[in-house]
Design a protein around this ligand. Structure first.
Ligand code: ADP
Ligand code: ZN
Length: 817
């Protein structure tokens, strides 16, 4: 009797691949274990056992496996089931899902590079012979490929040996190594508690009368404490009192002052910070109970709570409940990079039970989380992560929270699997009979639609925590301001007035501009030519800081031109503006204030985000200029004013969701204003102050926006009424893309008639030298999604059978929005 396994290989193969195994191996193996297998001429892959059976493949001779790599499965049955769903629903291969899910360290392959772990000193006597050979080879060269090891040891099955050496800390697998972030420690001072009483204070000042410099420092500290009502930094005290830091040090040594450090990102200025769960307000309590009630008969609840309504505290309650019954919670966030704030908040409550799954973590750290989850240890009870954390080995999931569920970054665009984490979360929860809570101040139309249809339960929270009023939103008519010459650069007189007042009161400001760089278009005023990217069909953006022209699609850059390349005249002018230009103008308008910028260009470093967010929290920055990165659920306490520099380029974006997204972005960025006590103020500058979306943002009328947009979706047959599958064709040859897309569209039209749109070039039709063309399939509610996909798959197979078309890359994107 012959035995076989089907395995998943980490490559985009549509079908499972079959290998031959021995009877003994068939008894030992189980789905979810890894095996090393040969593939193609010389490759070795780590593959995952999918099933064990007795049916030889018909189309090829099954090879034997090299080696079994695990004693027990590293993937759970539920995971495999969920991956299967993702692969089927999003029309990709299981291998692609596996690639997205598993840490690289789990997937050794022949191309993997190994190097010596410099951190550890190795007792060579503890190494076995073969291990020593590898170790020795790495004394002479810095890295080896797996295939090199194969020849060094003169045997094929080397992966277990390498795995063993990695475990012993002798080797590193090649991956980018990430520095660990040590949060900045800020030094603060206060009066030593020995001197707190009135009498002791008098005595102290008397005593210090012989040391006037020291006395001056103490008095300055009092003044500062009284006026600032926030922790006093050593550096600030030194500056204000004019004393040297050594004098302050003397006072600390004499136990007159007390030094302390604040390491957490949040400054707890009221000094009462306790990590016990906060008492929910009445409104929060009610929302919480409604969620619990919804969960009695529905598996998904949508919490629509305005910005700063205290949704996080409600989540904390719900998490606690799950932990009490021994269940795991997954807390999904749109972008893990922006989450230090939240992680700190949750760690305050749940301590070590919180595990963060971070795509920027090193392989080893990710493996650690994975192992903790497989073993369902104490450390893996509350998992915080971005979309890929859905793919982890949950054991006992009770609840998934999808925070900021409207965020577009929940959808993966490239590479496959092109899944939407919110939707895949609901499916995952279902497999565990767990619940899903979607939370947002500005729900996506899909989710609100599902709630209004009764598919999800709906819970609304309309007041801000502490009864702070929603920010006062004012629309500023740019056309009018320009006409009456009330503009300085891109700032209206109203914005400057409000900024001046806010700064005088000691509060902070956020300015939002959804474009980075200095200026998106450079144009010659003589001949009208603007410099284009040589690889993409798009104008180059001017970045003043580096005096460069850059392409935002492919990264191409060149030095800024002094004169027009077409006509030679030095009449280059800039059109439009980005964050850099705003930052520049603010510096001129408020030269004595500290300005910083948060966009892709300033946050590139590993912890770029955290650094900016930290200094803004610590009030080292007065005015923060940024792109939509600023909108994602950040909680700053001292921001009173938000300025949206130009609403129009959001509204005019060519996409059926542009209006919905504009509403969400503006409502979210506005929500950063006035989060603690005082009502915040928002100014939106626009040429279209009567635009419905702007009216709706300024009156906080989500439901009106929803009704109006839904109307459009009905009329124009867009989601959530119809579903969409977008098919993109890419090739460097313009004609070939056209022919391929035409052929495909024609085949689709035979089946789906008028529900096929295109082929059409997107606004940027060439990226990295590849032409792009899109076909859109609209799927009415009554039409079977499964059958539609089967039909598309068939067409795709025929397409790939045509030799001329085979080199054209076809990307199928299900629910491409
Ligand atoms: P949302 O996520 O809805 O925007 P948050 O949960 O961030 O709102 O809450 C806004 C602010 O109010 C936070 O600073 C939070 O610490 C505070 N807050 C919310 N609920 C409570 C509560 N019950 N007790 C004390 N502070 C709270
Ligand atoms: Zn380019």
């Amino acid at each position: 009797m012959l035995h076989f396994i089907d395995v998943i290989l980490p490559i985009p193969l549509q079908k499972a691949f079959t290998y031959h195994i021995t009877e003994a191996e068939s008894k030992f193996l189980a789905p979810g274990m890894r095996v090393a297998v040969p593939f193609g001429k010389s490759k070795v892959y780590t593959a995952l056992v999918y099933s064990i059976h007795k049916n030889p493949p018909t189309a090829y001779e099954a090879k034997t496996i090299h080696q079994i790599l695990d004693d027990t499965p590293v993937i759970t049955p539920n995971q495999l089931k969920h991956w299967d769903w993702i692969a089927t629903y999003y029309m990709c291969s299981l291998g692609e899902v596996m690639r997205a899910a598993m840490p690289n360290a789990f997937l050794l392959e022949s191309e993997t590079i190994i190097s010596r772990n410099e951190k550890n000193t190795i007792e060579t006597s503890e190494l076995k012979d073969e291990e020593y050979l590898i170790y020795e080879a790495l004394q002479h060269q810095s890295s080896l490929k797996i295939n090199d090891v194969v020849s060094i040891l003169d045997k094929k099955r080397v992966l277990p040996i390498i795995n063993g050496l990695v475990k012993k800390g002798v080797l590193n697998l090649q991956e980018e190594l990430y520095e660990k972030y040590t949060p900045k420690l800020v030094r603060y001072v206060k009066l030593h508690h020995n001197h707190k009483s009135q009498e002791k204070l008098q005595a102290l000042l008397k005593e210090l009368s012989r040391a006037p410099k020291q006395r001056e420092v103490v008095l300055t500290l009092f003044t500062m404490e009284a006026s600032l009502k926030q922790p006093i930094k050593v550096s600030d005290l030194a500056e204000r009192s004019g004393a040297s830091t050594s004098i302050i040090k003397t006072l600390i040594d004499k136990a007159i002052l007390e030094e302390y450090h604040i390491q957490v990102d949040r400054v707890q200025f009221d000094g009462e910070g306790d990590a016990d769960a906060k008492h929910l307000s009445d409104a929060q309590q009610e929302a919480y109970q409604q969620i619990e009630a919804v969960f009695k008969d529905k598996s998904v609840a949508l919490l629509h709570g305005v910005t700063s309504s205290g949704k996080t505290e409600i989540y904390v309650q719900l998490i606690q409940n799950q932990l009490n019954t021994g269940k795991q919670v997954l807390y999904l966030l749109p972008e893990i990079a922006l989450t230090t704030q939240l992680v700190n908040r949750l760690q305050d409550y749940f301590g070590d039970k919180v595990a963060v799954f971070h795509s920027r973590y090193s392989g080893n750290e990710r493996v650690e989380v994975w192992q903790n989850m497989l073993l369902n240890t104490e450390k893996a009870q509350v998992i915080i992560g971005a979309r890929s954390s859905l793919l982890l080995p949950f054991k006992n999931l009770g609840l998934i929270i999808v925070d900021e569920e409207h965020e577009s970054s929940y959808k993966q665009f490239d590479p496959a699997p092109r899944y939407h984490a919110r939707d895949a979360a609901i499916v995952l929860a279902h497999m565990f009979q767990a619940k899903t809570l979607l939370g947002s101040a500005t729900p996506s139309l899909e989710s609100y639609f599902n709630a209004s249809q009764g598919k999800y339960g709906l819970v609304e929270l309309n007041t801000r925590y502490n009864n702070v009023l929603m920010p006062d939103i004012e629309l500023v008519d740019l056309a009018d301001k320009y006409k009456r010459k009330r503009m300085k650069g891109h700032f209206s007189d109203r914005l400057i007035e409000e900024m001046t007042e806010t700064l005088e009161e000691g509060f902070q400001i956020i300015l939002f501009q959804n474009r980075r760089g200095f200026s998106p278009i450079i144009e010659c005023t003589t001949c009208g030519t603007s410099p284009q990217c040589p690889n993409c069909d798009v104008s180059l953006t001017y970045h003043q800081y580096r005096d460069q022209l850059r392409c935002h699609y492919c990264g191409y850059n060149s030095a800024m031109q002094k004169s027009c390349q077409a006509c030679g005249n030095a009449t280059l002018d800039t059109k439009g503006f980005g964050t850099e230009q705003i930052e520049e103008e603010v510096k001129v308008l408020f030269p004595e204030k500290k300005v910083a910028r948060m966009d892709l260009d300033t946050t590139r470093g590993k912890y770029g985000f955290d650094k900016i967010i930290n200094s803004f929290e610590q009030r080292e920055i007065d005015i923060l200029v940024g792109t939509q990165m600023l909108t994602k659920g950040l909680d700053f306490r001292f921001v009173k004013l938000v300025g949206i520099m130009n609403a129009d380029n959001l509204l005019n974006f060519p996409d059926f969701r542009a209006h919905e997204r504009s509403y969400q972005l503006m409502a979210q960025v506005s929500g950063r204003a006035g989060r603690t006590d005082l009502r915040g103020k928002v100014l939106i500058q626009t040429y279209n102050p009567h635009h419905n979306i702007l009216q709706q943002v300024s009156t906080n009328s989500y439901k009106e926006m929803y009704a109006e947009q839904m109307n459009e979706r009905y009329n124009y047959k867009y989601p959530p009424i119809y579903r969409l599958i977008k098919i993109t064709f890419k090739h460097k040859d313009y004609n070939r893309v056209n022919l391929a897309a035409d052929w495909y569209a024609k085949s689709l039209r035979q089946l789906f008639k008028t529900n096929v749109l295109g082929p059409e070039f997107p606004p940027v039709s060439r990226i990295r030298n590849l032409y792009h063309k899109n076909v859109l399939v609209k799927i009415p509610q009554k039409q079977s999604l499964v059958k539609t996909k089967e039909a598309i798959q068939k067409i795709d197979n025929s397409f790939n059978a045509i030799k001329d078309f085979r080199p054209v890359r076809v990307v199928i994107n299900v629910d491409n929005y």
